[in-house]
Design a protein around this ligand. Structure first.
Ligand code: ATP
Ligand code: MG
Length: 418
């Protein structure tokens, strides 16, 4: 038997209701903030991610699904959503259109990681991007959207942590301070951190190795190196969030995994999700679009991991109720009543009532069993007598009571009771 590739997951029909809840909530919250959906390809030219995500990141260094297509071009399954959205925005000349540009996506993403709980090779994200607005209100709007989304899912124990990692001017000073701090310890640190030390010392703060984490705990903090503009921006974001009732704590060790961030960075972290506790992460990335096209367009966004959200929903006991079965199962006793059941079901479906009839040529008793197992709300039984009288015996499976209902009144009868 061929099995599913490692690190991937099937979503079976009996499990999909939880995904629908996630996706429906994402769409409705995005809509409330007037974000529109954007859809971009599952694969892009490898170069897009190398440049857009950044070549000092784990994603680009270790995790990309890259291959040559039949034309010999190097393409990569998207490891995240931002680079593709940024490409589409620039390629369609939207920078010259109506700003701010506000878009959301619901996508699958691919990273070659060691599979474990909350860490898959194919996973799913809900993300939002807001381009063109440099002010703190844009950061606050994005964070509030994310916060509303998580609250609408019923999650209570997910905490917002925010930080500012400054701009390229104040970060240069900070990098020097970090290098001075890490230099005496670098021999004790992991190989990744040794190369981060050379290329981008701030990324050391994002290392997950215990030894490196312990050393990083005493490192100087970016917040003390912010320039006046970055400090004022951060204060405004915090002020707006506080006044809007979005609770947060400042966590100076959040730097995020991607190279393109500047100023505000944030994560929503759940204690319930164990080691993979970050369910949603994002921030401002004012230099990404400029790096890609030379046009300076400020940007802020986030992405949430759907599988991790499901884990947290489970842990916090706020999974939605499972899907119901059909509203009405129409059981037939003999050939003519089966045919009538088939045709009645078609009529009811046209009225928007979900219906099922027997497709397995089962006895009436077995049809009842099936209706019960699949959670049908009503069962309408048709036999010789019912056909003659033009009415069905309708059993309410919840109340266990039965009533005789005329065929032409069936739709109305069910609709009133659902
Ligand atoms: P981590 O530090 O846990 O590796 P990340 O910084 O790589 O996360 P992002 O690139 O910010 O993650 O992606 C946004 C969100 O997508 C994460 O917060 C997480 O919820 C989810 N995510 C990232 N990688 C995976 C994965 N391999 N499997 C499942 N979800 C993931
Ligand atoms: Mg990662």
């Amino acid at each position: 038997m061929i099995q599913i590739p490692k690190g991937c997951k099937d979503v079976l029909p009996s499990q999909v209701y939880a995904w629908h809840k996630l996706e429906d909530t994402a769409r409705s919250v995005a809509q409330a903030y007037a974000f529109k959906e954007i859809r971009t390809p599952v694969f892009e030219h490898t170069e897009l991610f190398a440049r857009g995500v950044g070549d000092t990141t784990d994603i680009v260094n270790k995790e990309m699904y890259t291959f040559l297509d039949k034309g010999g071009r190097s393409v990569t399954l998207r490891p995240e959503g931002t680079a593709g959205v940024a490409r589409a925005f620039l390629e369609h000349g939207l920078a010259g259109g109506v700003l701010p540009f506000k878009a959301y996506y619901l996508i699958s993403a691919f990273r070659y990681e060691r599979p474990q709980a909350g860490r898959l090779r194919e996973f799913h994200q809900f993300g939002c991007e807001l381009y063109g607005a440099a002010g703190a209100a844009a950061d606050a709007e994005i964070i509030s959207l994310a916060d509303t989304f998580l609250k609408k899912l019923g999650l209570k124990e997910v905490a917002l942590q925010i930080n500012s990692i400054g701009c390229k001017h104040c970060r240069a000073r900070y990098h020097e301070a970090l290098k001075a701090y890490f230099a005496p310890h670098i021999g004790e640190m992991c190989g990744d951190c040794r190369s981060r030390f050379e290329k981008n010392p701030m990324r050391i703060l994002d290392c997950k190795e215990e030894g490196c984490k312990a050393i990083a705990a005493g490192a100087p903090r970016m917040l003390e190196y912010l320039c006046d503009d970055c400090r004022a921006h951060f204060e405004s974001v915090k002020n707006l969030l506080s006044k809007a009732g979005v609770g947060f704590t400042v966590n100076p060790s959040i730097v995020r995994g991607l190279d393109y961030y500047s100023r505000t960075v944030f994560e929503f972290v759940s204690a319930a999700a164990g080691a993979q506790g970050t369910v949603l992460g994002g921030g401002r990335y004012d230099t990404l679009l400029e790096q890609m096209d030379g046009k300076s367009v400020p940007a802020v966004g986030f992405a949430a991991g759907m599988e991790r959200l499901l884990m947290v929903m489970e842990a916090e006991n706020c999974m939605p109720p499972a899907d119901m079965g059909a509203a009405c199962y129409l059981a037939g006793m003999d050939a003519p009543s089966r045919e009538k059941a088939f045709l009645l079901a078609e009529e009811l479906r046209r009225e928007g009532i979900s219906c099922e009839v027997d497709l397995m040529e089962r006895s009436v008793k077995s049809q009842f069993k099936y209706a019960d197992k699949t959670g049908a709300r009503f069962v309408a039984v048709l036999g010789e007598r019912e056909l003659a009288e033009g009415a069905a015996q309708v059993k309410d499976m919840r109340a266990s009571s039965s009533e005789c209902v005329k065929f032409e009144e069936l739709a109305n009868y069910i609709q009133r009771r659902l």
